[in-house]
Write a protein that binds this ligand. Structure first.
Ligand code: NDP
Length: 468
């Protein structure tokens, strides 16, 4: 029988052959594969059923054309996607990203990560992701609405409350979800559970907007608790100034920490007096302005144009990357270590490269992978689905408490699983193995059923041939 190392490496090689050029996807694969080898060593039954190879292949990849009209009446075309990666434990669930960088590789990496993230929440949701290379920046409200309507015209053929339930991600917030939901209703009749992240006025969940940022901070809070520490008096670096970043900053400050940075794709702010969240929300959420506007209105803020926030050389305790993939490479990770950072927790998906993660591990920094630490958003999305089925709206405190409990469970699951495999501080190993085990079990159970069905069909055919 093949040993686990050979088995895993053979699949990895095959994927590198088949998916050449899909850099982000292969990066996610390369990060994941070595961490499940010891698990597979002790569970040869999953090798026998070839579960890992089955799991790395998406169940379905949908690509479509999205034509839309700009305000001058010109027809424009973008590319739309939905990756329905794995439905072993529930309907596909994962956000939609509208950003010019979107391509198949990025969405496949996001959907792959989503499988394990969703599994870690303990809720019955499979993994998916979608989006478009459409850039909402600089577009009018009407243009965004027309784009969303055209996108949904095609997407509506593939989703449903018990099939695939998209939500938001970069470039897709409550405004876009509102337009998408409105179009879905026109096409398919009223079906509240088809999207999550809906505005509160029509079946959204309280705390969904805050969930990813709050959840991230809850995850770190539970880690600090276990280390007999807290956010109190901690200096925190945050990147990004979108949905995840804003609510991570808000929660850190509520728990007594001081966040001194935030960023967007044009530069970053260093505000040694602490980020003014109220002003940040006004600039980014209400007026949809650039961060320079924050600096204009806040005397203590220093704006660094065109630079990464992770080049900042100042002492801090915790780093929360909340912008995008691969924002921290090996050399930036070294700066974090020199700055005295003790915890890096990912609000964004895969913001650290594989080499950056090695630097952090070697320096003894706690590394909290996104698939665990940013699972709060999808967890509250699943709670939104439950509320929609019940036709109820839960109170803010109730949802917030459940979010905190889910993040606590995820944190302990990662740590305990990592300890079982002899490396208690390796939360990446813990997250990957725990997330994988549940999905692998479900997939193995499915294939058993199919085998029985097949053999029954075979018998029927055999009897038919005999009778003939
Ligand atoms: P938003 O669109 O609300 O904000 C994204 C932020 O990141 C903006 O400040 C944006 O700046 C910045 N950013 C985006 N791309 C780049 C880039 N290439 N370089 C530098 N900065 C960049 O998105 P979210 O806050 O929702 O998402 C942020 C991250 O969190 C993503 O990785 C997403 O996948 C992840 N995530 C989000 C969840 C959610 O519930 N929203 C759930 C789980 C993970 P600018 O405005 O200039 O583009």
């Amino acid at each position: 029988m093949t040993n686990a190392t050979e088995y895993v490496q053979a699949i990895q090689e095959k994927l590198h052959q088949k998916d050449q050029g899909q850099e982000e996807f292969l990066q996610a694969i390369d990060e994941f594969m070595p961490t499940v080898m010891s698990f597979l060593d002790t569970h040869p039954e999953y090798i026998e059923k070839n579960i890992l190879e089955l799991l790395t292949e998406p169940e379905r990849v949908i690509q479509f054309r999205v034509p839309w009209q700009d305000d001058e009446g010109n027809w424009r075309v973008n590319r739309g996607y939905r990756i329905q990666y794995n439905s072993a434990i529930g309907p596909y669930k994962g956000g939609l990203r509208f950003h010019p960088s979107v391509n198949l590789s990025i969405l496949k990496f996001l959907a792959f990560e989503q499988i394990f993230k969703n599994s870690l929440t303990g809720l019955p949701i499979g993994g998916g992701k979608g989006g478009s290379d459409f850039d909402p920046k600089g577009k009018s409200d009407n243009e965004i609405m027309r784009f969303c309507q055209s996108f949904m015209l095609e997407l509506s053929k593939h989703i449903g409350p018990s099939i695939d339930v998209p939500a938001g991600d970069i470039g897709v917030g409550a405004r876009e979800i509102g337009y998408l939901f409105g179009e879905y209703k026109r096409l398919k009749k009223y079906d509240t559970g088809v999207l999550t992240g809906k505005p509160l006025d029509f079946w959204g969940s309280k705390i969904r907007t805050e969930a990813t940022g709050y959840g991230l901070v809850y995850y770190v809070k539970h880690l600090l608790n276990e280390e007999k520490d807290s956010f109190n008096q901690k200096t925190v670096f945050v990147s990004g100034s979108g949905n995840v970043a804003i609510y991570a900053i808000e929660k850190v400050q509520e728990l007594g920490g001081k966040v001194v940075t935030c960023s967007d794709s044009s530069g970053y702010i260093y505000d040694p007096e602490g980020i003014d969240v109220k002003l940040l929300k006004e600039v980014k959420e209400i007026n949809r302005q650039r961060l320079t506007e924050y600096a204009n209105q806040r005397p203590s803020a220093i704006y660094h144009a065109g630079e990464s926030v992770w080049t900042l050389k100042e002492k801090a305790d915790i780093a929360l990357p909340c912008a995008t993939q691969n924002e921290i490479d090996e050399s930036l990770a070294e700066i974090l270590v020199e700055n005295g950072i003790k915890i890096v927790a990912e609000g964004a998906n895969m913001p650290c490269t594989v080499k950056a993660v090695s630097v952090l591990h070697e320096a003894g920094v706690w590394y909290c992978p996104g698939k665990a630490a940013n699972a709060g958003g999808v967890a509250v999305s699943a709670l939104e689905m439950s509320q929609n089925v019940q036709r109820l709206t839960w109170e803010r405190e109730q949802v917030d408490e459940q979010l905190d409990q889910i993040m606590e469970t995820i944190y302990h699951t990662c740590r305990q699983t990592a300890a079982e495999y002899g490396d208690e501080k390796n939360l990446l190993l813990g997250a990957n193995v725990a997330g994988f085990e549940k999905v692998a079990k479900a997939m193995a159970a499915e294939s058993k059923k199919k085998k029985m069905k097949l053999s029954w069909k075979y018998c029927e055919h055999f009897v038919y041939l005999l009778e003939k």
